[in-house]
Ligand binder design. Structure first.
Ligand SMILES: Cc1ncc(COP(=O)(O)O)c(C=O)c1O
Length: 391
């Protein structure tokens, strides 16, 4: 008689430690109810340029459908280099990746050993912790303090030890909207030099900075430049997040290592799409897109502060990180608040808990994406007003 066995697959501890998307259930509910999604960073604004789309068709028709140089289309790399604030050699210092998502994993895999520590700011982009875990490293969090989401220099200094191998930054930041200032970067540079570590900065929102600010790339800061890896993306600036195009910018020695890892992870991003952006990107007007994004930030601020939330205006990026405690009186956690907003107004926002190392610190916050069409934001305003008749 055949013995029945239940096969339990072995799952590596690195994979088992990943939690998956914390928004899954909320998204299903939101979709069922036809809610407006202000949760994801998926661009609703700007629109992808029609000439990029035409150029992609053209590249496919012209036969650019096979493997090509894993480091990326050279014309695209040259275009990316032209858009960076730090002088960059497209041949030796840039690698095109499958989004910033691959870039981040490659940067970590090429930099850290299992068991090394990576210093990062908290709250932050949920995927950072997951990517550090996947690389076998250990996150060391530096708390950012509300309401303006700055770090205390003493906390930063305390996070560095002899086991620190890298610092992982994000500016403009998700979810806080902070743009790290030169003084903050100089402080990080001092510690990075003292402990001789690599500084990785996710600069995917660098095209969007408001109120006359400039986004300083770590590749342009003395003390950081020589030990930097910049993670970039075309997802947000060109509103082509589904094309999965990102990049890594680092010195030639680091770039050689990054490219070796990239050849194993993906061996290159979609060729015709790279060719298309390389040919057409010059026509995209990023300055106008930045001004327009600032308008949307103002509109979203007006809507949600009008509703009673407390919000420090985002300095850059495409998110507001809003304190909802004036509305809940602390009687409801951020998930319950998000569910209530979904129920009453049909608007989906992200509960703040998963953005924090200790989710309890995020219970009074929600993240709101404002990279949307003005008409959509106006509809959000209408729905919220209707759900909360002048209270
Ligand atoms: C901070 C940050 N980094 C990276 C990404 C993902 O970028 P990509 O689409 O290039 O993989 C996102 C997406 O929302 C993000 O917010």
């Amino acid at each position: 008689m055949a013995r029945s066995t239940t096969h339990r697959p072995y799952i590596s501890s690195r994979a088992a430690a990943l939690h998956g998307n914390s928004l899954g259930e909320l998204f299903l509910l939101a979709r069922e109810r036809g809610a407006i999604d202000l949760a994801l960073g998926t661009p609703g604004y700007p629109e992808p340029a029609t000439d990029i789309i035409e150029a992609a068709h053209e590249a496919m028709r012209a036969g650019r459908n096979q493997y090509d140089h894993p480091s990326g289309d050279l014309l695209l790399r040259e275009r990316i280099a032209e858009g960076l604030t730090a002088p960059t050699d497209a041949q030796t210092e840039l690698t095109v990746t499958v989004g910033a998502t691959e870039a981040l994993c490659v940067a970590l895999l090429a930099t850290v050993e299992p068991g090394d520590e990576v210093v990062l700011l908290d709250p932050g982009y949920e995927q950072f912790r997951a990517a550090i875990t996947l690389a076998g490293a250990i996150p060391r969090f530096v708390p950012l303090r509300a309401p303006d989401w700055r770090f205390d220099p003493a906390d930063l200094e305390a996070a560095f030890t002899s086991r620190t191998r890298a610092v992982l930054l994000n500016s403009p930041g998700n979810p806080t909207g902070r743009v790290l200032e030169r003084q903050e970067l100089d402080r990080i540079a001092g510690l990075a030099e003292r402990w001789d570590v690599t500084v990785i900065c996710d600069e995917v929102y660098s095209s969007f900075v408001f109120d006359g600010r400039v986004s300083t790339s770590i590749a342009a800061v003395p003390g950081l430049a020589e030990r930097s890896i910049v993670v970039g993306s075309l997802s947000k600036s060109f509103a082509i997040s589904g094309w999965r195009l990102g990049f890594l910018r680092a010195d030639a020695v680091r770039t050689e290592a990054l490219r070796r890892v990239h050849e194993i992870t993906t061996n290159g991003a979609a060729v015709p799409l790279q060719v298309a952006v390389g040919l057409a990107a010059l026509s995209a007007d990023l300055r106008t897109a930045n001004e327009e994004m600032g308008r949307r930030r103002d509109l979203a601020l007006e809507i949600f502060t009008g509703m009673g939330m407390k919000i420090a205006p985002a300095e850059g990026g495409c998110f507001l990180f809003a304190d909802v405690s004036p509305l809940t009186g602390g009687a409801m956690d951020s998930r319950a608040f998000a569910l209530e907003l979904l129920d009453t107004a049909g608007v989906l926002v992200v509960p703040g808990g998963p953005c924090f190392a200790d989710p309890a610190r995020g219970e009074q916050y929600v993240r709101i994406a404002f990279n949307r069409q003005v008409e959509l934001l106006s509809e959000v305003e209408r729905r919220i007003r209707a759900a909360r008749p002048a209270d």
